[in-house]
Design a protein around this ligand. Structure first.
Ligand code: FES
Length: 102
């Protein structure tokens, strides 16, 4: 696994959202309360950008059709849609990022 740095820990305040392009990946890093999550920037339903989606109780709601995806598993909460890709958030020193398979 390779650590991909995304931002400095000091920048990750409550409500933080930022979209990153990493090779072919399109990833959102987000903080809501104490939870820092990283997930695909594109909704698996009809490819709506998710960085402006509302996050409540560990679920992100797509702005287009309001489908909710569990940010721990990526599953659509009503299991009617493909799952959202979730990335493992990792910390190294003062940096926060994700673990990549290559
Ligand atoms: S495009 Fe996201 S729920 Fe439809």
């Amino acid at each position: 696994m390779r650590f991909q740095r995304l931002d400095k820990l000091i920048n990750i305040e409550d409500g933080y959202r930022r979209r990153f392009k990493i090779d072919s990946l399109d990833v959102v890093l987000a903080r809501e309360g104490d939870d820092v999550t990283a997930f695909s920037a594109v909704c698996p339903h009809q490819e709506q950008p998710l960085e402006d989606g509302c996050i409540e109780n560990g679920v992100i709601y797509c702005p287009r059709h309001n489908y909710g995806f569990d940010l721990r598993t990526g599953q659509h909460i009503e299991q009617q849609c493909a799952s959202l890709t979730i990335y493992t958030v990792h910390y190294e020193g003062n940096d926060v990022g994700i673990l990549m398979a290559y």
